[in-house]
Design a protein around this ligand. Structure first.
Ligand SMILES: Nc1ncnc2c1ncn2[C@@H]1O[C@H](COP(=O)(O)OP(=O)(O)OP(=O)(O)O)[C@@H](O)[C@H]1O
Length: 258
């Protein structure tokens, strides 16, 4: 436990030219340790997606370091980069991103086919995940035949099938109603607690964030505040109330009161 999985150091991402530059990330430093469920919150335009996209290697940072288990990922190329994107990281998106013409089972197995891994190697993992995520009934259905909650749980199984080092979740409850959002968060939080899955989740939703073990609040591309759930004594409701309090400060732009 407490091994460093991800180290972000002095990360900057500037968009545009000097005269009209946006400092989307302006010197962000933090670490994620094994078994953490880290939330990233902040108002619109604060830099959350940019941060996640840098870690996912979708965009290149202007400056700084992203180190995954000791390997600098900003300089990875070719096979190593593909290995990082496909095996070390699992992704969960707001809009599920399932392929419409594949069944639930086939969607979950996509990461295996991308890496040429024989299906039989993941058969027991598939069974375990399908049972835990309550998607056994929809494995042979197409996404259009599933509810939103089922689609997102299928997407969660796809993210987890190769046992990645970290799950990157971008607003995973954004397209779900409150009941399905709660089910998803309970499942993710259970995986985090029981299997030590490490999760980094960007969210606007204070309710979803209350399942995290720690939250970083970002404003104008900088870390503005950090909350850590005081386990075991702090209830989820109490943590939720502390989150709301910080969000109110963020909304009011009163960064110096904390
Ligand atoms: N490709 C781009 N070119 C120029 N500016 C960009 C680009 N992408 C993002 N930005 C700017 O960078 C800043 C951070 O954007 P980002 O999308 O990371 O914010 P966010 O916190 O994810 O917002 P939201 O919650 O609305 O998704 C914003 O000011 C945005 O306008």
């Amino acid at each position: 436990m407490n091994q460093k999985i991800l180290e972000i150091e002095a990360l900057r991402k500037y968009y545009g030219k000097r005269e009209s530059q946006t400092k989307a990330l302006d010197g962000i430093t933090f670490q994620v340790v094994s078994g953490e469920f880290l939330g990233i919150m902040g108002s619109s335009g604060s830099g959350k997606s940019t941060l996640l996209n840098c870690i996912a290697t979708v965009i290149a940072p202007t400056e700084g370091h992203i180190v995954m288990r000791g390997t600098e990922i900003t300089s990875l190329k070719g096979k190593e980069l593909a290995e990082y994107r496909g095996r070390k990281v699992g992704y969960l998106f707001q809009n599920f991103e399932l392929l419409d013409n594949l069944t639930g089972r086939e969607n979950i197995l996509i990461p295996l086919s991308l890496h040429g891994i024989p299906e039989k190697e993941s058969r027991s993992r598939m069974g375990e995940l399908a049972g835990y995520l309550e998607i056994e009934d929809v494995l042979d259905k197409f996404p259009a035949q599933m509810s939103g909650g089922q689609r997102q749980r299928v997407a969660a199984a796809r993210a987890l099938i190769l046992n990645p080092e970290i799950i990157l979740a971008d607003e995973p409850t954004g397209a779900l109603d409150s009941r399905n959002a709660r089910t998803l968060m309970e499942k993710l939080s259970g995986l985090n607690r029981k299997q030590d899955s490490t999760i980094l989740m960007v969210t606007h939703d204070s309710n979803a964030a209350s399942y995290c073990t720690r939250i970083l609040f970002i404003q104008d591309g900088k870390i503005f505040h950090e909350l850590r759930r005081r386990l075991p004594e702090e209830t989820q409701q109490e943590f939720y109330e502390r989150i709301l309090h910080v969000m109110a400060q963020l909304g009011g732009g009163s960064a110096n009161v904390l």
